[in-house]
Design a protein around this ligand. Sequence first.
Ligand code: NAD
Ligand code: ZN
Length: 385
Amino acid sequence: MNAVVYKGPHEVAVEEVAEPEIEHPNDVVIDITTTCICGSDLHMYEGRTAAEPGIVFGHENMGIVEEVGDAVSDLEVGDRVVAPFNVACGFCENCEDGYTGFCTNVNPGFAGGAYGYVAMGPYKGGQAEKLRIPYADFNALKLPEGDVHEDSFALLADIFPTGWHGTELANLEAGDSVAIYGAGPVGLMAAYSAKIKGAAEIYVVDRVPSRLELAEEHCDATPVNFEEGDPVEQIKDLHGGGVDKGVDAVGYQAVDPEKEADSAYDPARENPAVVINNLIRTVKPTGELGIPGLYVPEDPGAPDDMAAQGRLGIDFGLLFEKGQALGTGQCNVKSYNRELRDMIISGRADPSWVVSHRVDLEEAPEMYEAFDNREEGVTKVLLEP
Ligand code: NAD
Ligand code: ZN
């Protein structure tokens, strides 16, 4: 079958790979109908996170069940399902407590598993014609038949729940004011979640005009372009005092606009705490911060400049002085995705506006390049094998 294979930094190719098979009685194999490119794939694509050439990317997958293992009880051939990006067992202490992003069984020695991602277990990605889903009764969410809401349902694998998670980590409540850094797919879904939850004021910070326009149009957010001046001052000018809540939907690729003029500047190898520090400054004393944007641990084995990625220069003193609380981590997709699926079915949510492209799997190399360059108008790319 064809799949998107990582070749090396800034290079993926669509190549023939072996088809997945049932490896354990709890598995199913699905025929992929939609699989998305994610900002998290870009960490490996850009070489910011080292990945083995040859791996198949893709952790945002949906499709039709094609083959069912003997021990699977809730799924049948022909069922339409979406797979949370987390691979989780469903019965360890963390899974039972709803922390399915931190399953302790699927990937010993590391917290949590995922498809097509280094350090997150041996699970192949779904940017391919077929995918094996382990612990399938737990890791596949059933969807209505046919092709209704295909784009919206595909977003249940990751970015809709992850945006929602950002607002949960910050304990966002109706009537709150909130600042969201990053208007990529995750930041836009955090802003959309804030709107659904009844936030009174939403500020979204980025510099890609088409992304800021989406935030304004679909989330009633006030756009803040960080190339037009310090975003913290811009928000304070509009709001005063500091907002109640904040979300970092950027992660460790955060760009520091003051350093960009220097040709030696590489955001992947600099202290990327610029967004976290802005967030601490933007949010009021006793406010709460949610950080779904991805950061990596310090790696003693990595070259010096990359080891520093984990050693953020966070202004912890300011966080302490302001008495702020901080929530972090992978999204526990499973704990949100039934509720969000049902909001889509009932018409209370329709996140499909974030999708800018639906293209053939073969077009993945061009689309990776365009998404990586944050080209105007390229927001969320869906691949169709
Ligand atoms: P993306 O790269 O498309 O979006 C990031 C956005 O941040 C871009 O639009 C960029 O212009 C903007 N940005 C860069 N520097 C900035 C700055 N200094 N201030 C404000 N904005 C800035 O990626 P995405 O798909 O939206 O994902 C965002 C992050 O969320 C990534 O780090 C990704 O790995 C992470 N993520 C985490 C989870 C989770 O479970 N916690 C799940 C999915 C994605
Ligand atoms: Zn993702």
